[in-house]
Ligand binder design. Structure first.
Ligand code: SME
Length: 173
């Protein structure tokens, strides 16, 4: 079962942001997260809050969520968006590549990739994507952070910079 092209009532198509808009939005989101998440926050609380605050400030975020390492594969964790696939093997998809390379992956056009191997299309509306590895306090791989847009080429080094900072500040301590 996967999401259909028809978007449910609670989800809207992405709206593009330029570099200046991104810088302002990420700075605001980072500040809100630092004020919100105290040392008592567990990882589920942190992930759910990151999804909510980033999706609030960045209108090109269509699907946003975490896949967590468990039993040698990625298993869906907290997310916002249409139905995400539950499990991803490490040799599949953009998420699998981010987990195995331990490097951020930016995809300008998801549909240009080999479907089912290089890219897994949980939702046909997703056209571009960024996936970042998530490291814990001991630099262990906790999983990946996956963001999709319904527009091509939504993500760039500005997203990479801010998201790597936010993830390190939140989970790396
Ligand atoms: N597109 C991802 C799969 C997760 S769905 O987008 C939520 C991938 O190719 O790994």
């Amino acid at each position: 079962m996967s999401a259909s092209e028809k978007m449910p009532y609670f989800i809207k198509p992405s709206i593009s942001f330029n570099t200046q808009q991104k810088e302002i939005a990420y700075a605001q989101a980072k500040q809100e997260l630092s004020l919100l998440l105290d040392e008592d926050a567990n990882n589920v609380t942190k992930m759910a809050s990151i999804n909510c605050i980033l999706k609030t400030h960045l209108p090109y975020y269509y699907w946003v969520g975490f896949y967590l390492m468990h039993n040698g594969r990625l298993e869906v964790g907290p997310y916002q968006g249409t139905l995400g696939c539950l499990y991803i093997d490490l040799d599949k998809g953009v998420c699998g590549k981010a987990a195995t390379t331990k490097e951020t992956q930016i995809v300008a056009d998801c549909h240009a990739l080999s479907q089912g191997s290089e890219h897994i299309a949980c939702d046909p509306n997703s056209l571009s994507e960024i996936v970042l590895p998530v490291f814990g306090a001991n630099e262990e791989l906790l999983g990946v952070f996956d963001i999709d847009s319904t527009l091509r080429d939504s993500f760039d080094d500005v997203d990479k910079k801010w998201l790597e900072e936010i993830l390190a500040d939140t989970f790396g301590v």
